[in-house]
Design a protein around this ligand. Structure first.
Ligand code: ATP
Length: 260
C-alpha cells in the first residue's frame, strides 16, 4: 500500500529524515510514534505528496510520486491534520463541511446533491453527531470537530486514511470518544497511518508501529515487537515501564528519569 525507499530530507545543514525505508502492506494499520521534532509530520507529508525527499522514492497505492498526477492519487487518500482544519469555514453547517469531502472542496458554491447530503448525515449519525448536524461547524467542541473531520474523510471511502495527531488538545473524555471512532475503522477496508506522541492511543485497530527518532527509524514492525521497554527507554531517554491492558499499551514512569 505504501513503500518508502531510502528517504532522506536535508534542509540547510540539518538532516530531517535520514535514510528511512518502510513498507506498509494492505490490511496493516500503522502508528508512527516519536518525540517532538523527530520527523513524523515530515514523513506524513511525503506520503501525501506535499513534500518531496532530497533522495529516495515514495510509492503509494501503486503510484510512484514524481511519475503520476498527485491530484488523482489524493482522491484515494483521506487526511486529517491541523492544516486542513484551519481552512474550513466555521459558519457553515456541520453536515455541509462533511459533505464537501465528497468532492475534496473546502466549500460548496453549487447545489449539494441529495445523496451526498444523506451520506453526510448518516456518517454524522453513526458518530453520534446527528443532533449537531445543522449547527455551525465553529460551534462544535474540538473533539466534535475532529470527529466531523473523520466523517468528512469517509465521504469518499478512502483506500488510505492518514491522521496527524487527531487527539492533540482533547481532554480524556473527548480523546476516548475520538479513539473509539478511529477503532471503528476496522469495519472498513481502509488502511490507516496515524501519527501520535502518545503510546496509549495505540488502539487494537493498529497492527504495526514505526518508532522515529532524530529523523531515523529506530524500529518498525508488529506493535508487540516494536513496543518494548528497551526501545521506549532509548527513544524517549526516560525509564519507562510498559504494560498492555484492554488491548492497548500503557506507560508508567519509573523514578529518576529527569535529573533535578
Ligand atoms: N522547512 C523546514 N526547514 C528546516 N527545518 C525543518 C523544516 N520543516 C521541519 N523542520 C525540522 O525538521 C524536524 C522534524 O519536523 P517534524 O514536524 O516532521 O517533526 P514531528 O515529529 O512531526 O514533530 P512534532 O511532534 O513536534 O509535531 C524538526 O526539527 C523541524 O524543526
Amino acid at each position: 500500500m505504501i513503500r518508502l525507499e531510502h528517504l532522506t530530507l536535508r534542509r540547510e545543514d540539518s538532516l530531517i529524515l535520514d535514510d528511512v525505508s518502510l513498507e506498509i502492506q494492505p490490511g496493516e494499520n500503522w502508528v508512527i510514534l516519536g518525540r517532538n521534532g523527530s520527523g513524523k509530520t515530515t514523513l506524513l507529508e511525503m506520503m501525501t505528496g506535499y513534500l518531496f525527499p532530497s533522495s529516495g522514492s515514495v510509492t503509494v497505492l501503486g503510484h510512484t510520486y514524481g511519475e503520476v498526477d498527485l491530484r488523482e492519487v489524493r482522491k484515494e487518500i483521506g487526511y486529517i491534520g491541523p492544516s486542513l482544519m484551519e481552512k474550513l469555514t466555521l459558519r457553515d453547517p456541520v453536515w455541509e463541511v462533511v459533505a464537501t469531502g465528497a468532492f475534496a472542496y473546502l466549500r460548496f458554491y453549487q447545489r449539494i446533491p441529495q445523496e451526498v447530503k444523506e451520506k453526510a448525515l448518516a456518517l454524522l449519525e453513526d458518530m453520534k453527531l446527528g443532533p449537531l448536524a445543522h449547527h455551525a461547524f465553529g460551534s462544535l467542541s474540538q473533539g466534535e470537530r475532529k470527529k466531523a473531520m473523520l466523517a468528512r474523510c469517509l465521504m469518499v471511502d478512502p483506500k488510505l486514511l492518514i491522521m496527524d495527531e487527531p487527539c492533540a488538545g482533547l481532554d480524556l473524555y473527548e480523546r476516548e470518544k475520538m479513539l473509539a471512532e478511529v477503532d471503528k475503522l476496522r469495519r472498513r477496508d481502509t488502511g490507516v497511518v496515524y501519527v501520535t506522541h502518545h503510546v496509549e492511543e495505540i488502539m487494537p485497530l493498529f497492527t504495526h508501529v514505526a518508532l522515529i527518532h532524530g529523523g531515523r527509524l529506530a524500529g518498525a514492525g508488529p506493535k508487540e515487537e516494536v513496543l518494548n521497554e528497551d526501545m521506549l527507554n532509548r527513544v524517549y531517554d526516560l525509564p519507562i515501564a510498559l504494560e498492555w491492558a484492554y488491548g492497548r499499551p500503557w506507560i508508567k514512569m519509573k523514578p529518576g528519569g529527569i535529573p533535578s
